[in-house]
Write a protein that binds this ligand. Sequence first.
Ligand code: NI
Length: 169
Amino acid sequence: MAILNIIKAPDPRLKVVCSPLSKVDDQIRALMDDMLETMYAAPGVGLAAPQIGVNKRIIVMDVARHDEKPEPLKLVNPEVMSASDILLVREEGCLSFPQQYAEVERPETVHIRYINEESEVKELQANGLAAICIQHEIDHLDGVLLTDRLSSIKRNIILRKMKKLKKLG
Ligand code: NI
């Protein structure tokens, strides 16, 4: 296992539309383990493959609270099959935007289909934080970032801060 470097915005590698996988092999399983380790170390609740420079449709997440048993999820080719009409506004962060938080509106519940690490097709109904996180991470696979969900004023404030952070190194 290894901790990988997380790409920080702005970066063109975060704007790429990722391609689906045809199968899950040992190399992908090892990559997902590294992604989880990287996410826990950050610490964060979700990480998408493009954030570590891999343009594949893979996400990992764990929204269990700190005092609960870990619930790691490894999702390949995740797809939203349906979403609730009820929308929820919640503050989101992103490991590619350290120390930046913004309110985003998304469906409260989503039903998704994905491939697990045994290459089996699975379905999952998510709500609350899990639903937010899944939608945020699937956005990454389409090159859509937290800032793309904000008004241009809020987006520019965050992007200016990120450029300043990058200059400070
Ligand atoms: Ni993110």
